[in-house]
Design a protein around this ligand. Structure first.
Ligand SMILES: Nc1ncnc2c1ncn2[C@@H]1O[C@H](COP(=O)(O)OP(=O)(O)OP(=O)(O)O)[C@@H](O)[C@H]1O
Ligand SMILES: [Mg+2]
Length: 465
């Protein structure tokens, strides 16, 4: 086999991870401590050194794996081996999942747990789950049953994650002794900390994390498993309110709710209402730095299809949604209302491009929040009246993801807190329970709009045609 050079020095938790033969390891730590690089390196070296090893690298969704973990793998971990053609990427087929194939017969299969059937139909020696906080306990239990290929002297599940609330199933798994918890620190990453001091890059990186606030800062800057204090939606429970995707029946009413931004994300939520009035968020767009007209086009592409060839694309039936020649038909019911915030100009642009009228959102924050809280509580039948479908997010915004900011409504809920005011906080006073902190609240606003539209009736409707 051609020799390849690997330059990597594991430190701290990464070194412990390299040495560990535990069945399950959880590498937990603040942002950028070297968790992914360390775990990817362990998997890569195992495949280089031992023939016919089968490894698996996954993240919750295929798209997020490709956009983050696999970029790190190609650029920081396997670059030399790929250049020397010791490792080749195979893009996958209908029968076989995508994989990095090693010249000694080893392979790393890669993919998302959102399309896991093909990935999990075979057996593995090693599995690395990146951003494991996104997975469910069932995802992990299924993976563990596939770890029995027997090419290595040990079989191992390695997980890397930023911390979350202490109630999270990963923390519970570690507490119960099912996995070895390793705390990865910024000092473990030589790019940030070298020869006993912070590098220039390290200082700038930590400064960025210092600007985070609340529980997010405790988790991403200091690597702590903490709950957010003063949560607005205390009743939110992923085990109850997050549901597996299902085909939404055609006769359920649809509502779209929009919170527009540019530097802040624009959030577009697609809600379906069942015959008993329960709301399900079944699709969501959450994206920064995108023009309203581009958002509108993206929306139309998910709900309409082209039934004629349009001018911009003569050779296929793909619809450009920009030219007059596009003839489209709806693939799902039209929304009963498109509820938006109040900015007149943005609303007008959105209406023009969607060719739909919009309804101005109910403005009250306090009563809107109360209406959402009421929906999160179990109703008479024991079920709440608001749910989010797993995988509703169409695509993760890479910039928000890299900055460790919320990337979806679901991400926002667990950090949406009451504004306690610094003075009150310092004096140890109880938070004033009427105004939320105006931070990372774009999905929160859109969710409030749709609930207020349904539940806070009896007011004049402002609908523009
Ligand atoms: N041992 C190492 N030697 C050199 N550079 C490293 C090492 N470990 C990490 N790095 C550098 O630090 C960067 C961040 O590392 P990595 O992506 O593994 O962090 P992470 O802990 O997974 O971050 P996140 O919390 O965002 O997932 C890498 O892109 C790489 O440039
Ligand atoms: Mg990582």
């Amino acid at each position: 086999m051609t020799a390849t050079v690997v330059r990597y020095e594991p430190r701290g938790a990464a070194l412990d991870m390299f040495r560990s033969k535990a069945n399950e390891i959880l590498m937990s730590g603040a942002a950028g401590t070297g968790k992914s690089v360390g775990a990817l390196m362990k998997v890569h070296l195992a495949c280089l050194h031992t023939p016919k090893v089968r490894a698996l690298i996954v993240r919750k969704t295929h798209a997020s794996l490709t956009a983050s973990t696999l970029v790190t793998f190609r650029q920081k971990v396997a670059a030399e081996a790929i250049a020397a053609q010791v490792v080749k990427f195979y893009g996958g087929s209908a029968q076989e999942p995508a994989a990095f194939r090693y010249s000694n017969g080893s392979a790393i299969v890669v993919g998302g747990l959102d399309r896991a059937t093909r990935l999990l139909s075979t057996e593995y020696d090693l599995c690395f789950v990146d951003e494991a906080i996104e997975t469910t306990a069932e995802d992990l239990d299924t993976i563990v049953t596939r770890l029995r290929n027997g090419r290595l002297s040990y079989q191992q599940l390695i997980m890397a994650t930023n911390p979350g609330p202490p109630t999270h199933h990963l923390k519970q798994r570690a507490n119960a002794g099912r996995c070895q918890m390793l705390y990865s620190r910024h000092e473990d990453n030589p790019r940030l900390y070298h020869d006993g001091e912070w590098t220039e890059y390290g200082r700038a990186y930590l400064e960025r994390l210092d600007s985070l606030t609340g529980a997010r800062k405790d988790r991403m800057r200091f690597g702590k498993w903490v709950a957010a204090e003063g949560l607005v939606y205390e009743a939110w429970d992923p085990a109850v309110h997050l549901v597996d995707p299902f085909e939404v029946p055609k006769d359920w009413t649809r509502w779209w709710s929009v919170d527009l931004g540019y530097v802040n994300p624009t959030v577009i939520q697609f809600w379906a209402e069942d015959p008993d009035g329960r709301l399900f968020l079944y699709r969501e767009m959450y994206r920064t730095k995108t023009l309203v007209e581009d958002h509108a086009r993206a929306v139309l592409r998910t709900v309409q299809r082209c039934v004629s060839h349009c001018r911009a694309n003569k050779t296929s039936s793909h619809n450009c949604f920009t030219c007059e020649a596009c003839v489209t038909e709806w693939t799902e019911p039209r929304p009963r209302a498109v509820i938006t915030d109040h900015d007149a100009e943005d609303r007008a642009t959105l209406e023009r491009h969607l060719k739909l009228s919009t309804t101005a959102a109910h403005k009250g924050v306090s009563d809107g929040i109360q209406a959402v809280q009421a929906r999160l509580k179990p109703a008479g039948d024991g079920r709440p009246r608001l749910f989010i479908m797993r995988g509703a997010l169409v695509a993760r915004d890479p910039e928000l993801d890299a900055a460790k900011k919320p990337c979806s409504t679901e991400d926002e809920i667990t950090g949406y807190v009451w504004d306690r005011g610094t003075a009150a906080q310092q004096a140890g006073e109880k938070p004033a329970k009427d105004a939320p902190l105006k931070l990372n609240d774009h999905g929160m606003d859109a969710m409030r709009y749709v609930v207020a539209e349904r539940d806070l009736g009896g007011r004049p409707r402002i609908r523009r045609l």
